[in-house]
Design a protein around this ligand. Structure first.
Ligand SMILES: [Zn+2]
Length: 329
């Protein structure tokens, strides 16, 4: 049996823990999902993580010596060098050396990356970015994040934190962000921002709200706004266009910095894609240095909710790992 046949990917989220055993073609051979239930406490969540890893190996009758290692995609603040989750409110974790704990339990190499970087790797290896050397994946959901593939490798930065796209400032006089900076992109184009925009417009008696599909709805979630936009709701389309406009400004900055051939957009907010993607493309065309804009394609992601698991494991099959260039393994 080939010792390097499989890798394990783990997606640590606030709602669920998803583990997957992946082969070298990106196929998920077995997977196990457990609820995070962070209210049960730190140790309980750690135990579920270990149980999920054990389950995917047992279900496929795979032994540890057939597995290259375990890649962990985590939300929150992570330290890839220490293989530690520093702080993740949705997991209820502070300074949990999860990489080390997995290594001790299974005797496998383990490494940590943020969830946007993991999805970027998956799209690069097996999704919309297959075959590219320079691409950027942007996720637009509750927050905004990115993973940057530059010259055929994942750009990690010094400690694995590169790609905090949601926290580039697009207005130095803008509102204070949860990160402490002012005018961060995330406050203009995330799912949360879309919901806030809707509430502000309604409070200001925006004329397009009367007769809107959303009139009478109390929650006004980004999902509802996206669905209404897809049905042609003028009020919702207006809000998404605004979010897309700001993403276009941000995307322009990315193109100027990294000269990618492809920008891939994913995340829950992109479910109402046509109107947002159109605005992003318009923004890129309008604001980019001439010559750079027409080289870059803007596309939607191809992989689904397993992209975190696939990418976390995927790095172990990439040329980057084989050439020893992923510094946190
Ligand atoms: Zn910020």
């Amino acid at each position: 049996m080939d010792r390097n046949e499989y890798a394990i990917g783990l997606d640590l989220g606030g709602t669920k823990i998803l583990a997957g055993l992946i082969d070298g073609r990106g196929q998920i051979v077995s997977q196990k999902q457990l609820p995070t239930s962070s209210d049960d406490g730190e140790q309980a969540v750690i135990n579920r993580v270990l149980a999920a890893i054990e389950a995917v190996m047992a279900d496929a009758s795979v032994e540890g010596n057939q597995v290259r290692g375990v890649g962990i995609a985590s939300a929150g603040v992570i330290d890839s060098a220490k293989k530690e989750v520093i702080f993740a409110s949705n997991l209820g974790w502070r300074n949990v050396p999860i990489g080390q704990l997995i290594h001790e339990r299974f005797g496998l190499p383990a490494y940590l990356m943020n969830d946007a970087n993991a999805s970027a790797v998956a799209e690069w290896m097996w999704g919309a970015g297959k075959g590219t050397q320079n691409m950027i994946y942007v996720t637009v959901s509750t927050g905004v994040g990115a993973g940057i593939i530059c010259n055929g490798r994942l750009l990690t930065g010094n400690d694995g934190s590169a790609g905090e796209f949601g926290h580039i400032s697009i207005d130095w006089k803008g509102p204070i962000c949860r990160c402490g900076n002012r005018g961060c992109l995330e406050n203009y184009s995330s799912g949360t921002a879309i919901e806030n925009m809707a509430r502000t417009k309604i409070a200001n008696r925006d004329s397009s709200f009367s007769g809107s599909l959303l009139e009478g709805h109390e929650a006004l979630t980004a999902k509802q706004i996206g669905e209404a936009a897809l049905q042609g709701d003028r009020f919702s389309i207006g809000i998404l266009k605004q979010a897309g406009f700001y993403l276009g400004i941000g995307a322009t900055n990315l193109i100027h910095l990294f000269n990618p051939e492809l920008l891939v957009f994913g995340g829950g907010v992109m479910n109402s894609a046509p109107v947002i993607l159109e605005e992003i493309e318009k923004g890129v065309t309008a604001h980019c240095i001439p010559g750079l804009a027409n080289q870059v394609r803007v596309e939607l992601n191809q992989l689904g909710t397993e992209s975190g698991v696939m990418g976390a494991a995927g790095l172990l099959f990439s040329t980057q790992e084989r050439s020893g260039k992923y510094p946190f393994l």
